[in-house]
Design a binder for this molecule. Structure first.
Ligand SMILES: *Cc1c(COP(=O)(O)O)cnc(C)c1O
Length: 463
């Protein structure tokens, strides 16, 4: 299996090079040159598999030639064995044909674990084969750093350095990062803001000699392997609800478009997905796109669902490539217009094609809290603000009551306890495996907001 860039000017690469490079050299995103396809009998045969067995079967065609099937099966089994639910991604029934897919049973209680846990292991596998080592560097406002740290901890060929703004993350967020005491994990509490952290990381990556010397790398959300790891739970839900005979629909709380593009990918692979509903918060660029056919960037406002506070959805470029039937020149033109003017439009027939599959709806904080409250009253379930937007979008936009609607629960309620308490009056508890988080030993290094100090630190880590 080989991969090409959405901009058409980067080299065609096999999976291992796509994994390590992330963004394509022409600024585009990598996609498979040809999609594998599972026929009805193959999807039927997925019923009854464990999550790890299913994951191996769904992903194996994408890794052809990079790792053997037995070795990959072992790697996948190891990836999901520590998850907090034996189904890994369990389905919970909300009402007759209304379901919640719980994707918060990983180590950091958010769906990003499902792909990042796999990504860390795949990186390690490829690096070991090549006899190489890398240093992952990233900045976090608190939300995503822990998922990256958990993905890389104890991996033999990876060091990871994460900068967070000192005193400006919640205690739970900080402790999820700083109580990981593995020798390859390095937390910097920077005396500055999140923007300072991000600026310093950019400085490091833009210093090409430094970047090469320290073999810097990132685990960002445009990496193809992130999408790949997320395709699996769409199949798990589909097979559980009667695919291939029965179709189903998904409602996805969306920011960067990565999660919902994994649903598009599952559809390419043959899963009978009837409808995809995108849920947004007040940062509603995607909802406006599906309403108008124009992608128009605006400012970002902070909301109760911070992981969806985005100005642009970088993974949308993959869907744009699909819509243009692989015409990379068209994608390049649209993305160029977007970079120059903050806006692009697609032709009416493509907009219509997009709307044939997608619907979208946005919900402000008040509406989000109202959904959390009413779902709690209906079912007794506590859900987080991101998940609530998914549930609300699915209910608002579903076209066919006879088709199961599966809303993705992307974070555990205990990750956003203030919002949950505000909505329901109940403060959700951390699950048992994290209950002692506040007793655990912390380790981090405080550094000034200073380029040289951070560079010296990273250089030392990179050895
Ligand atoms: C990252 C994230 C999202 C958005 O997912 P995308 O793949 O960026 O669309 C939604 N909910 C939670 C809890 C997240 O962490």
């Amino acid at each position: 299996m080989t991969y090409h860039s959405t901009r058409g000017q980067a080299p065609i690469l096999p999976f291992d090079d796509v994994l390590l490079s992330g963004l394509a050299r022409d600024g585009g995103l990598y996609l498979p040159q040809a999609w594998p396809h599972f026929g009805a009998s193959e999807i039927k045969a997925m019923a009854g598999l464990s999550y790890a067995e299913l994951a191996t079967r769904v992903m194996m065609p994408f890794l052809d030639g990079v790792i053997g099937e037995d070795e990959f099966a072992d790697l996948v089994a190891d990836t999901y064995k520590g998850f907090g639910h034996k189904a890994v991604a369990p389905l919970v029934q909300l009402s007759a044909n209304d379901w919640l897919l719980e994707l918060f049973h990983g180590p950091t209680l958010a769906f990003k674990d499902y792909a990042l846990q796999l990504l860390g292991r795949l990186f390690d596998h490829v690096l070991k084969k090549r006899g190489e080592r890398i240093t992952i560097v990233g900045a976090t406002s608190g939300d995503t750093g822990s998922a990256a740290i958990e993905a890389c901890r104890d991996r033999a060929n990876i060091d990871i350095v994460i900068l967070h703004p000192k005193g400006r993350t919640s205690a739970v967020q900080r402790r999820q990062m700083t109580t990981v005491l593995s020798s390859n994990v390095h937390n910097i509490a920077l005396e500055g803001s999140f923007d300072d952290c991000q600026d310093l990381v950019k400085v490091l990556f833009n210093d090409q000699p430094f970047r090469d010397r320290c073999r810097l790398s990132a685990v960002n959300s445009i990496n193809w392997a992130r999408i790949l790891g997320q395709i699996v739970y769409y199949f798990a839900a589909g097979v559980a609800l009667g695919a291939p005979e029965r179709g189903l629909s998904f409602a996805v709380p969306t920011g960067n478009f990565g999660n919902v593009y994994a649903a598009v990918s599952a559809r390419h692979l043959g899963l009978p997905i009837r409808q995809l509903v995108i849920g947004s918060n007040s940062n509603d660029i995607l909802t406006r796109f599906f309403a108008t056919g124009r992608m128009q960037s605006e400012g970002v406002v902070p909301t109760l669902s911070p992981s969806m506070d985005i100005q642009i959805s970088s993974n949308f470029e993959r869907y744009l490539f699909d819509l243009h039937k692989g015409d990379a020149a068209q994608v390049t033109a649209r993305m160029g217009a977007f970079r120059q003017s903050g806006s692009f439009a697609v032709d009416d027939h493509l907009w219509a094609e997009a709307r044939a599959l997608f619907d979208a709806a946005s919900f402000d904080d008040e509406k989000t809290l109202a959904v959390m409250r009413s779902l709690y009253e209906e079912t007794g379930l506590l859900i987080d603000p991101h998940s609530a937007i998914g549930v609300a979008a699915g209910r608002a936009r579903r076209r066919d009551e006879t088709v199961p609607m599966v809303a993705l629960a992307t974070a555990h309620a205990a990750k956003f306890p203030d919002a949950v308490e505000r909505a329901t009056g109940i403060r959700p508890a951390l699950p048992p495996r994290l209950a002692d988080l506040f007793e655990r030993e912390e380790r981090y290094d405080v550094l000034p907001n200073d380029e040289t100090a951070v560079k010296d630190y990273v250089a030392k880590v990179a050895g």
